[in-house]
Design a protein around this ligand. Structure first.
Ligand SMILES: Cc1ncc(COP(=O)(O)O)c(C=O)c1O
Length: 386
């Protein structure tokens, strides 16, 4: 069949050499997937069962990232989402329906709480909160309609380490699914499924991406039944992740072990140094005995990472804390964490359901700079605040 040049732009006979074997995963972009005949074109999301059907359910780049996160977390399957918050909302919407009850720890990541309070309640889901220190006594908070219990360990900002196995035992006795935000441990330093968790999520935005240049999330499940529930909802919501971002995350993953080790060492050194400073009342780093749940961290975790908080003595005012943060030069002021740059954020905790640190709590993320330079930066900012 002869072809006009306009047709050749689309249906070309141009040839290139075959067999390129790169160390890097190719970026496979694509919405439409081709089928060999009209009779074998299933409209199905589960590409492990039906083969590739549509870009929404993951191109090979997306599925490779999913498979590698799953391998790391020792789960059954992983779904990649366009961000960590997308993973959180996918889990809520997949597991819950009107009339159900969900339990969240009081210290849960703010936008997760916001989603539960604003969206889930609007759709008729009952939302309850439990203290992060709860172990088997969480049992009294279960209702006949409790379907899911969230954990986040350590907790956002206030860093409480939770007794996940004890919570999981009670949840399973009451027929509820246990979900864990496993971002702090990057799916590496806490073996969630071995500790009774059924569904984990991570903001891959943080350590897996590792360079503050992408937003991605993951949802990893223990078994096929939950995978079916989540995969179907993922299809219904249509929240596809970008293959380009997944390719960056795959690259980030290759250096995860050295980056995690470096930020662990830097954060531990800085946390111990801060503990000696007269301005500081409390250092909230899970590897230090001053952190709520430290004994649980020792029992259940195999390492720590770069994020921790500390609390100034109560003689310091909000203005002084702000002056401290503004005086830092290497620590940049910004949300999120897990990249190469050290970050700082000051919070104000006044809710009766959270520890009464008021405006005196500051969160640090240590990046890959020299620890001595970081200490010097903090020391000069401590002088500047007085
Ligand atoms: C503990 C935790 N979970 C989830 C998220 C959400 O991730 P993303 O920013 O990718 O939506 C964050 C982001 O800061 C987080 O800190």
């Amino acid at each position: 069949m002869s072809k006009d040049w306009k047709t050749r732009l689309i249906h070309s006979d141009a040839q290139i050499p075959q067999g390129f074997r790169s160390l890097a995963t190719p970026v496979c972009r694509g919405s439409t997937v081709l089928f060999s005949d009209a009779a074998s074109a299933p409209d199905e999301w589960n590409q492990y069962e039906f083969g590739y059907t549509y870009g929404l359910y993951g191109t090979p780049t997306v599925l490779e990232l999913a498979a590698k996160v799953c391998e790391l977390e020792k789960g059954f399957r992983t779904i990649i989402t366009p961000g960590g918050q997308g993973a959180i909302s996918l889990i809520h919407l997949a597991l819950l329906k009107s009339g159900d009850h969900v339990l969240l720890p009081e210290i849960i990541y703010g936008p997760n709480r916001q989603f539960a309070n604003a969206v889930l309640r609007r759709f008729g889901v009952e939302v309850g909160y439990y203290p992060p220190s709860a172990a088997s006594e969480i049992s009294s908070q279960f209702r006949p309609n409790t379907r899911a219990v969230w954990c986040e360990s350590p907790g956002s900002i206030t860093m409480e380490v939770q007794d996940v196995p004890a919570i999981a035992e009670q949840a399973h006795r009451h027929g509820a699914v246990v979900v864990l935000d496993n971002t702090w441990a990057s799916g590496v330093y806490f073996d969630a499924f071995a500790h009774g968790v059924d569904v984990t999520m991570q903001a891959l935005t943080k350590y897996i991406g590792g360079h503050s240049d992408l937003l991605l999330g993951s949802v990893t499940v223990r078994d096929k039944a939950i995978y079916e529930q989540l995969g179907k909802t993922h299809q219904d919501l249509g929240c596809a992740a970008s293959p380009d971002d997944c390719s960056l995350a795959l690259r980030g993953m290759k250096t995860l072990s050295v980056r995690l080790k470096a930020v662990e060492q830097a954060a531990s050194a800085l946390a111990q140094w801060l503990q000696q400073r007269e301005e500081v009342e409390l250092v909230l780093h899970p590897a230090l005995p001053s952190c709520p749940g430290h004994e649980l961290w020792k029992r259940d975790f195999t390492g720590s990472t770069g994020l921790f908080s500390f609390v100034f003595h109560n003689q310091f005012t909000r203005e002084q804390v702000v002056r401290f943060v503004n005086a830092l030069k290497l620590f940049k002021i910004g949300y999120s964490w897990g990249g190469v740059t050290s970050l700082v954020m000051a919070y104000e905790l006044h809710s009766p359901k959270r520890p009464a640190y008021g405006p005196r709590i500051v969160r640090f993320y240590t990046g890959l700079e020299s620890v001595d330079d970081l200490k010097a930066d903090v020391a000069q900012a401590l002088e500047a605040m007085k």
